[in-house]
Write a protein that binds this ligand. Structure first.
Ligand SMILES: Cc1ncc(COP(=O)(O)O)c(C=O)c1O
Length: 386
């Protein structure tokens, strides 16, 4: 029998990161000492008290059963308390918060939950690939909103054609931003809320990097803006904030009809987050912000080493106020895949080519600050010899 997956799978753009992984594996097998600045995954462990909470909870048989789809009430209460403390906005833990198996899971399920035939999503380009790929998998179309340097990597809302706006039902938007490391001014978020109301578009504001902020900067949420609760939800994640990428825990919060629709969809897809992980999540959220403040200090130092070093080598790079990414043009006359391959071949350095995040990412590469300062200095030394 000739096994054929659904056509939607073959219409996904080629998964560039898989190709990079293959090259990395080959290089490692050949015994080369790679400095991996490619992956956006924290290199340091989850806080100890969170691991201890998981250990204890995993031993209790009460937690071995199916979890509640909508998350433990205590977790939703803790999320509400964390959110209020951070953003000064009161959320109803029952109707306005929904724990998810990492924000990627929620993102991936949004197009399935909301898009009817003929309706589309608006996605940033460059952007986190799950927005567009989930739309394709749901059998729907997306419109790419260019994020251009001259606009501070914000989408130009006025440039979206009326014909597109008529069909648009979801907008994915993400600040602090992966991959550009850009941040969003509060004024833009106000503009976005009125735009969403006028055009009846649900704003999916992805805040996976909300606490990875430097130099005293604090990333704004959208829900505090007047009228936002009518049109917006935020996606939050414990992955980057508490070094819990492998644990699969996050939440969405905001408009209650949007939250209820995703909850209904999800109840048919998964059976909640392992309760011991939810209890560990509660321990993370309960703790004072010392952990992520410490991490932000570490990333600031790494950013400064990399950015200053690259500048010294003639790269046109700028330091950003948030995320553990450095998004930059490069001093080579090549496309971004050629640069990534060249850095791997000649310097054993792994970076991510900008094109992997969309056509408007061409001409850039992304460094992730997921190696310590010593390794970053070593990478700079290698770069200086190219
Ligand atoms: C912008 C953005 N959103 C969401 C995610 C998904 O994070 P998680 O599913 O671990 O919460 C990532 C992960 O890299 C990301 O960069």
């Amino acid at each position: 029998m000739n096994i054929q997956a659904a056509k939607t799978l073959s219409t996904l753009p080629p998964y560039l990161f898989a190709a990079i992984d293959k090259e990395k594996r080959k290089a490692r097998q050949a015994g080369r000492d790679l400095i991996d600045l490619g992956i956006g995954d924290p290199d340091t462990p989850t806080p100890k008290h969170v691991i201890e909470a998981l250990n204890a909870a995993a031993k209790d048989p009460v937690n071995h059963k199916y979890a509640l789809d909508a998350g433990m009430p205590q977790l939703r209460l803790e999320i509400a308390a964390w959110y209020k403390n951070r953003f000064k906005v009161e959320l109803d833990p029952t109707t306005e918060i929904l724990p998810v198996l990492g924000s990627k899971e929620a993102i991936a399920h949004f197009p399935f939950t909301f898009l009817n035939k003929g309706e589309i999503s608006l996605v940033p380009d460059p952007g986190y690939p799950a927005y567009r790929n989930a739309t394709i998998l749901a059998g729907r179309e997306f419109y790419a909103m260019p994020l251009e340097e001259k606009n501070g990597f914000l989408p130009d809302l006025k440039a979206i054609p009326q014909t597109v706006l008529k069909k648009a039902k979801l907008m994915f938007i993400n600040y602090p931003n992966n991959p550009t490391a850009a941040v969003v001014p509060q004024g833009f978020l106000k503009e976005l809320v009125s735009f969403a109301k006028k055009n009846e578009i649900i704003i999916c504001f992805d805040m996976a990097y909300s606490e990875m902020c430097f130099d005293g900067y604090k990333a704004p949420g959208i829900l505090g803006i007047s009228g936002a609760m009518d049109v917006a939800v935020e996606f939050h994640s414990l992955s980057k904030t508490y070094n819990m990428t492998g644990w699969r825990i996050g939440w969405i919060c905001g408009n209650k009809d949007v939250v209820a629709a995703l909850a209904k969809f999800k109840s048919n897809m998964d059976s909640g987050i392992f309760q011991a992980v939810q209890i560990a999540g509660i321990a993370a959220l309960k703790s004072k912000p010392f952990f992520y403040q410490k991490m932000a200090k570490i990333y600031t130092e790494r950013r400064d080493v990399l950015v200053n070093g690259l500048k010294h080598l003639g790269w046109p790079v700028k330091a950003s106020k948030a995320t553990f990414y450095v998004w930059t043009r490069y001093p080579y006359k090549m496309n971004s895949i050629e640069v990534a391959n060249m850095l791997l071949d000649k310097a054993d350095i792994v970076v991510t080519p900008g094109i992997g995040f969309g056509n408007h990412g061409e001409g850039f590469i992304r460094f992730a600050l997921t190696q310590d300062k010593k390794r970053i200095k070593q990478a700079l030394k290698r770069l200086s010899k190219i």
